[in-house]
Design a protein around this ligand. Structure first.
Ligand code: TPP
Ligand code: MG
Length: 253
């Protein structure tokens, strides 16, 4: 069996290289790596939920006890597919967790302008499934909410909608001047950086020392540097790849 390069292959895909998860033909928007559990990513806003239902239905039929997690944004919760997927997952009790990353903007549009619900988690009520709003920058709180939802799905009790409150540190596009944001909004959010917060929590709760974490950080940096090097030095896809993988050529059994 070929070696799975968990860090190298996704980075090579972002760089559009032949060694990438989609042979360099998908790019950053289509990182798909089943060996790592990343079943599919697409650029179609709101498409993750019905696809997750399909994967969850397969697990349910095969009685695999797997749970599928679908990620999407606050803007995506206004797409019809979100509502259809929640309804279907609820009636079929699919083992799926819907995680909405509410970063308070959809492209350049502020939440209140485009979304009728005060909380996206309230929308779960319409489908008679649990809906919770969590501080998405609080890693232990997210873990607790995820565990409850995953256990419930695995026990055959169906889906949960988790709304994770957060903010984005970069604009929707490169060169975004944040003109549509209130002054200081992003800076205030950056001061609540979840990584910095989780690091302090680990030390405070005595799960790790500052020294342990520094060792871990330098090992991770080394791994990332190696993956970047792999991505940069990998070859470009061959021109012959242009037409390959576009249409199915063999019967799926
Ligand atoms: C079906 C569809 N409609 C519109 C777009 C264009 N589009 C790309 S991102 C985006 C905003 C999505 O908002 P949200 O889900 O909050 O994601 P965020 O901008 O926070 O990443 C839109 C409308 C798209 N990619 N797909
Ligand atoms: Mg958003």
């Amino acid at each position: 069996m070929a070696t799975i390069r968990r860090h190298e292959e996704p980075l090579a895909e972002i760089a559009g290289k032949a060694t990438g998860t989609c042979k360099g033909k998908g790019g950053a928007m289509h990182i798909t790596h089943p060996p790592s559990g990343i079943m599919v990513t697409t650029g179609v806003v709101g498409s993750s939920m019905p696809i997750a239902n399909g994967l969850a239905l397969a697990s349910q039929i095969r009685n695999e006890k797997r749970v599928t997690v679908a990620y999407f944004g606050d803007g995506a919760s206004n797409i019809g597919a979100f509502h259809e997927a929640l309804n279907m997952a609820a009636i079929w009790k699919l083992p799926v967790v819907f995680v909405c990353q509410n970063n308070q903007y959809g492209e350049h549009t502020k939440y209140e302008i485009a979304t009728s619900a005060k909380r996206i988690s309230d929308r779960a009520f319409g489908y008679q499934i649990p809906g919770v709003t969590v501080d998405g920058n609080d890693a232990p709180a997210m873990y607790a909410a995820a565990k409850t939802a995953i256990d419930r799905a695995r026990d055959g009790d169906g889906p949960t909608l988790i709304e994770a409150m957060t903010f984005r540190f970069y604009g929707h596009v490169f060169g975004d001047a944040d003109k549509y944001m209130e002054k200081g909004e992003k800076e205030a959010a950056m001061a609540r950086d979840p990584v910095v917060r989780f690091r302090s929590w680990l030390i405070q709760e005595r799960h790790a020392t500052d020294e342990d974490l520094k060792h871990m950080e330098s090992a991770i940096e080394k791994e990332i540097d190696g993956a970047v090097e792999f991505a940069i030095s990998s070859p470009e896809p061959d021109v012959a790849e242009l037409r390959r993988d576009v249409f199915a050529t063999e019967q799926l059994s």
